[in-house]
Design a protein around this ligand. Sequence first.
Ligand code: HSE
Length: 301
Amino acid sequence: MIRVQIPATTANMGPGFDTLGMALKLFNIVEMEETRAGLQIDVEGDGAEKIPRDPGNIVYIAALRVFKHTGYEPRGLRIKIINNIPVARGLGSSASAIVGGLLAANILSGNRLGEKALINLATEIEGHPDNVAPALVGGIVVSAQADGEVKYSKIEPPAKLKCIVAIPDFVLPTKLAREVLPQSVSLSDAVYNIGRTALLVTALMKQDFTLLATAMDDRIHQPYRANLVPGMKRVFAAAKLAGARGISLSGAGPTLIAFCDHNTDLIASVMKDTFLQSGIKARVLELEPNPVGAIALEVMK
Ligand code: HSE
């Protein structure tokens, strides 16, 4: 039986829309084993009732891609998903399912695909690399698509960086959160985001948290998504007042993520209370960046 652990991820990190992401210490588990025949999918944990147990399951879809690429033909398959990453909240649950399916199927079929091939396949399924790349390799990953493949570079998360996530009690499908975005942006908004994305990457590499408030600001997706997350702007302002170094939507939302190095308890309670003032119940967690990506926990034949 193959058992892999895949981290949650936070994508965009403010301005780095579809290009920046970071792995977090919150994990899903995918188990996979070959059986004599048929398909059995079991799911437990957070949101288990929303996850399909049929061939539409994304772990299974990802596994099939690997089998197709490697020519491996399992007689039957049993998949078990232990879900700890909230579904459709902006913490990379679908990326973790894709990466879990790819990695487990790759091990099952003899480890024929390397890291780059797995990132390319994962990006083909997800549509953008910003969650799947850090889910697979860990840390903070900058990625861009070029010539039909993903070019990526990993940086180590700053040692003192803590993240507070406020997870609203409603789901926001990424598809919906992408439909509200414009198809083109102005040159000044593009320049605004290019400068901040570059600043964010250098600030994180140099562990200079004083730049994060500016560097995590964005004009190309968050302003359009604000209407989908009641209280977003108020929580941003309140978290900064409480000492957060920077704050953004996590991925497509609705989760908000604050980067901090002090006052974590205060920032967490302020984010929860401010959401509540807008009528939104939110669960608040303190999560550390995860420097490593998906790993196999056990391989037993
Ligand atoms: N970059 C993606 C978005 C992340 O913001 O839509 C969510 O999958």
